[in-house]
Write a protein of this length. Structure first.
Length: 155
């Protein structure tokens, strides 16, 4: 079975659903989980400077990413996963670069599975928002477990 799973988390219900699935697999197989989030400073650039409580957009992104990782790590440990590590990646471009960073990290860490949640958008929303999971799938040679969200989580 799997010995080391990299789980992409972003704080959404969809990624927490993927984390729950990965935690179940880790418990059954005694696997290690590495929880990874990708902090993107450009996502904070839409905030007015007066709302930014950090010295820079990058510091805000890193702080937000660390909060996501702390919450996800606590959930994995509460579920009974013994070996949980976290890692924060910083990518300042778009989804393609973020996906590439995730895949490269998983390969470098010798993970044998990437677990990721997807909103399952289609049509115009897929065209406008893209699919991070699809981008990861196109770039990864590692096995990928994609957990689709419930339809009510897509709202």
């Amino acid at each position: 079975m799997y010995k080391h799973m990299v789980v992409a988390v972003d704080g959404s219900k969809t990624s927490l659903n993927a984390l729950n699935h990965a935690a179940g697999l880790a418990i059954q197989g005694g696997a290690r989980l590495t929880l990874v989030t990708v902090a993107n400073p450009s996502e904070y650039m839409t905030l007015a400077p007066e709302f930014l409580q950090h010295e820079s957009y990058e510091a805000a992104a890193i702080a937000g990413g660390n909060e996501v990782l702390a919450e996800a790590s606590a959930k994995a440990k509460e579920a009974g996963v013994v070996d949980v590590k976290t890692h924060l990646l910083v990518a300042s471009k778009g989804a393609k670069e973020m996906a590439q960073e995730l895949v490269e990290y998983a390969v470098a860490q010798q993970a044998d599975l990437i677990v990721i949640g997807t909103h399952g958008r289609s049509g115009l929303m897929h065209l406008l928002m893209g699919s991070f999971a699809e981008t990861v799938m196109r770039q990864s040679s590692l096995p990928l477990l994609v957990i689709r969200s419930n339809s009510e989580e897509n709202v």
